[in-house]
Design a protein around this ligand. Structure first.
Ligand code: NAP
Ligand code: ZN
Ligand code: ZN
Length: 349
């Protein structure tokens, strides 16, 4: 066993605090990673506070992991010590079902192993995430981080990046399309960068008028303030695709009205309460309401390479781990531009 320092939540109501963690020694197909940075996803908050139900404690959150390979198992061919690597939301899957065969491991019929708050494929060994000094992961679930990308900014690509990239690709976003990203947070700002790099006319729909200038800097044509009815009316029936990243319960019907005939609104935001749908907003213009979960390993590598080519990283505020509880509170208030990235060196302090 390899003993490392980490931060964990001991229950849904306790703040994160130092926690001693053991990682397995790398087996023949494993990679031991020395973690440099870990992004802070809103899903970390939902799960640490058991907002989705079924949380497993103690919990070491974190699924936006980047660092360097420290050691590899005897049969590892893909990586060597010193390589810049990442781990996202998945650390294993059944590898036998039709979805695993297509590298859609996130839709594994037998249940993927989440990076934390999950179980290894043996069904009994809990997984612990990236708010820790090291992690041991099977080589097939380790990604390469392009050399030109800053590591602190690359960390959020492993969840916020792939979670927005995958639906943008799936729904064929490209030049000539008008696309809206709802919610300018961690996922949202990556959605803006990626959709605009794909050539789409990209807009932000926000509850925060103060973020409008940033929307343009990030690559959007402009921002629509969702609380402003006239702004929303101006853009009615005009969008081909909308990606909704909102983390809290909200009125989704107002956004349907922005879609053209045959337009699609895809949810990636995962509020803890059901959303109320007025079906007429869908029926009248044959609009589609869809969902999307992270992305598979092959597509995650494709996204990282796309970001390498287009020089895209997340806008991060680097924090020491000791500020994590404060960071959660600030995220809930929408007070982060646009992702916290934990400097894992701070765990040694
Ligand atoms: P985040 O950084 O907190 O951003 C969420 C944004 O939503 C906020 O910045 C805010 O943007 C907007 N918002 C918040 N409350 C709102 C409200 N009541 N009404 C309207 N807009 C509101 O969170 P994140 O890390 O991007 O995660 C977003 C959601 O995606 C979370 O629920 C997370 O669990 C989920 N998620 C899903 C997947 C997946 O695979 N589907 C993967 C990762 C995360 P404005 O200030 O611009 O309005
Ligand atoms: Zn996430
Ligand atoms: Zn499977």
């Amino acid at each position: 066993m390899i003993n490392v320092k980490s931060y964990a939540a001991q229950s849904a109501t306790s703040p994160l605090a130092p926690h001693a963690l053991s990682r397995r020694e790398p087996g023949p197909y494993d990679v031991l990673i020395d973690i440099a940075f870990c992004g802070v996803c809103h899903s970390d908050i939902h799960q640490a506070r058991d907002e989705w139900g079924g949380s497993i404690f103690p919990m070491v959150p974190g699924h936006e992991i980047v660092g360097h390979v420290e050691k590899v198992g005897a049969n590892v061919k893909k990586f060597k010590a010193g390589d810049r690597v990442g781990v996202g939301c998945l650390v294993d899957s059944c590898r036998k079902c039709p979805h695993c065969a297509e590298s859609l491991e996130q839709y594994c019929d037998n249940g993927f192993s989440g990076t934390y708050n999950g179980m290894e494929q043996d069904g009994k060994t809990p997984t612990y995430g990236g708010y820790a000094q090291k992690i041991t992961v099977d080589q097939d679930f380790v990604l390469r981080v392009p050399d030109n990308l800053d590591l602190a900014g690359a960390a959020p690509l492993l969840c916020a990046g792939i979670t927005t990239y995958s639906p943008l690709r799936h729904w064929g976003v490209k030049k000539g399309m008008k696309v809206a990203i709802v919610g300018l947070g961690g996922l949202g700002h990556m959605g803006v960068k990626l959709a605009s790099a794909m050539g789409a006319e990209t807009w932000v729909v926000t509850t925060s008028p103060g973020k409008a200038a940033d929307a343009k800097r990030l690559g959007a044509v402009g921002a629509i303030v969702s609380k402003d009815g006239s702004d929303m009316e101006k853009h009615a029936n005009s969008f081909d695709f909308i990606l909704n990243t909102v983390a809290a319960p909200h009125d989704v019907n107002a956004y349907f009205n922005l879609l053209k005939v045959n337009g699609t609104l895809t949810m990636v935001g995962a509020p803890d309460k059901p959303l109320e749908v007025n079906v007429f907003g869908l029926i009248m213009r044959r609009r589609r309401f869809a969902g999307s979960l992270i992305g598979g390993i092959k597509e995650t590598q494709e996204m990282l390479d796309f970001c390498g080519k287009h020089d895209i990283v997340s806008d991060v505020e680097i924090i020491p781990i000791q500020k994590i509880n404060e960071a959660y509170e600030r995220m809930i208030k929408g007070d982060v531009r646009y992702r916290f990235s934990i400097d894992i060196k701070s765990l040694a302090a």
